[in-house]
Design a binder for this molecule. Structure first.
Ligand code: FAD
Length: 494
């Protein structure tokens, strides 16, 4: 059954496609070999190897109507049970990286799946664009492509609208068109995982105003499209000392990159929205697209908070504080917060509904989970650091210190734990620091606070999707209730 499932070596080979990635002032060449990216790419390949394992294939994949066997993230659930089954696959994948690969391949596939569930939005816009989207979805799904997306414009000068930015060609926009397609020029932020993806979905999630039609498009491109330049941020993988010293940064630095479209030609069969500001909004918000992409993100975050809870408990065991009542209280507080994240995932599923025959999670609960978790993540990190004290810092400079016969006895004397050997203590606390305090960890803090938009944006979604009538109705019912007679009045009436 599992022989045709995409595996790691297929994915690795697909990334040797001549894409233009730049880092440290130079063209990166083959990203699969580059010290800045190769381990994270290998971790992605591990995900594909995992799903291709015959013992895991049923859990992780399903057969499409074209006969391909692909990851369950592409599967449209028709019932609550199917949504839960799909979530189990997504959860299992996230457990392989502890939730640290925010834009693993199941993220954008979830986004496109949700948009396809509301294909009538594209049909109302233009039937040709809708057909292009339907065909593209089928193509990407049956090849089990790893897609990234850039749906946000570069931050630039926030006091001005996108169309009024002074720098020329700043925001990606349509600058030309002909019988073959459109030409795009300008930038989008921040293609997380783009370096290890096959294709990029380009769209506009932020509100546009009339007159900004050239910015109002959605399309898909292979990562080696002519003119597509990918400007990587600093690689934490490249600066990781070793796997021992930076166990997370050395393996899971999925990267974020500015994408510059230097007159990139997009054929019409890859153009899904064309110069229509409202369809740009509707493709995310009038379809289940935005809900499905962020539901995947909440599943991943649920796994990550479970991981952090495990780190918290192990820290207190390592340094011998677990029996102290205030420490147990803090662990109980952390556990309750993680349970809240779990409960919100289960709740958005249980309160889901059918949309065009597809079972989708409850979007108000999903947006509420986003608002809550983007506040919660820094609180979790802070609380766990508080439990750790200087343990995260009083560590050998690198693995090499343990190999120095002069230093090893001192390390053994000072890295004491009632639960593990000195070497194990050092190894674990280096993992904890990479999750909580390293530059990699700090990027994760920023990611969890912003991947779904700044908080004024997520709160806006929560406001927009709330059933206010239910709450105001309750308030009005109490207001309009007749006053209960006082005991004296009741006696007089009798
Ligand atoms: C690590 C990371 C990875 C990312 N990956 C991707 C990706 O893969 N694809 C993608 O498309 N995008 C990605 N993004 C971009 C992300 O979606 C944006 O950062 C996010 O939408 C916020 O936009 P911004 O950065 O322009 O911040 P802004 O919107 O400028 O907000 C910054 C701050 O300014 C203030 N502010 C600005 N405007 C207002 C306002 N109108 N009202 C009130 N306060 C305001 C708030 O304090 C806000 O927190 C990523 C971002 C990060 C940090």
């Amino acid at each position: 059954m599992a022989q045709d499932i995409k595996n790691g070596s297929t994915h690795l080979a697909s990334l040797r496609d001549g894409r233009s990635v730049y880092i440290n002032g130079k063209h990166a060449g083959d990203v699969t070999e580059h010290a800045a990216f190769r381990n994270a790419i290998a971790s992605t390949c591990d995900l594909y190897d995992f799903q291709a394992d015959p013992d895991r294939a049923e859990l992780m994949t399903f057969e499409t109507e074209s006969g391909a066997r692909v990851n369950r993230a592409w599967q449209a659930p028709g019932s609550y049970e199917e949504l839960v089954r799909r979530r189990e696959a997504l959860t299992t994948w996230a457990e392989l990286h502890g939730g640290f690969m925010g834009r693993s391949p199941d993220h954008v596939s979830s986004a496109l799946l949700g948009q396809l569930m509301g294909i009538e939005v594209f049909e109302r816009h233009d039937i040709k664009r809708a057909n292009a989207f339907r065909e593209y979805f089928r193509y990407a799904r049956d090849k089990d492509l790893f897609l990234t997306y850039v749906i946000i414009n570069p931050q630039a000068d926030r006091s001005k609208d996108w169309g009024d930015q002074p720098a020329e060609d700043l925001v990606a926009s349509i600058v030309d068109e002909d019988n073959e397609g459109i030409t795009i020029r300008g930038a989008k932020m921040l293609g997380t995982s783009s370096i290890m993806a096959n294709e990029v979905f380009v769209a506009n999630l932020q509100p546009l105003r009339p007159g900004e039609e050239n910015l109002a498009f959605a399309c898909a491109l292979p990562m080696n499209a002519k003119g597509l330049k990918v400007l990587s941020r600093k690689s934490f993988e490249e600066h990781a000392v070793s796997h021992f010293d930076n166990p997370l940064a050395s393996r899971f630095d999925e990267n974020d990159a500015l994408m510059y479209f230097d007159d990139v030609k997009v054929p019409w069969d890859r153009v899904f929205v064309y110069k229509d500001t409202d369809t740009c909004r509707a493709q995310f918000h009038d379809t289940p697209g935005h809900t499905m992409q962020n539901y995947q993100a909440q599943i991943r975050l649920m796994v990550k908070t479970r991981f952090l809870l495990g780190v918290a408990r192990k820290i207190t065991e390592t340094i011998g504080t677990i029996a102290l009542p205030p420490v147990r209280e803090k662990l109980g507080w952390l556990s309750a917060k993680v349970a809240m994240v779990e409960g919100m995932v289960y709740g958005m599923e249980a309160a889901g509904h059918l949309h065009n025959g597809f079972y989708v999670p409850n979007r108000n609960l999903m947006y509420s989970a986003q608002v809550v978790t983007q506040e919660l993540y820094p609180q979790l990190v802070n609380a766990i650091r508080e439990l750790a004290g200087g343990a995260l810092i009083m560590l050998p400079s690198s693995e090499d210190d343990l190999r120095n016969p002069e230093l090893l006895p001192i390390i053994r004397k000072t890295q004491v734990s009632g639960h593990m050997s000195p070497e194990e203590r050092v190894k674990f606390l280096k993992l904890a620091w990479d999750a909580l305090g390293s530059e990699f960890a700090s990027r994760h803090l920023q990611y969890e606070m912003f991947y779904a938009g700044a908080q004024f944006v997520t709160c806006g979604h929560s406001f927009r999707t709330r059933n206010w009538a239910e709450s105001t109705g309750l308030a009005e019912r109490v207001l309009s209730a007749r006053a209960a007679p006082s005991p004296a009045a009741a006696r007089n009436a009798a």
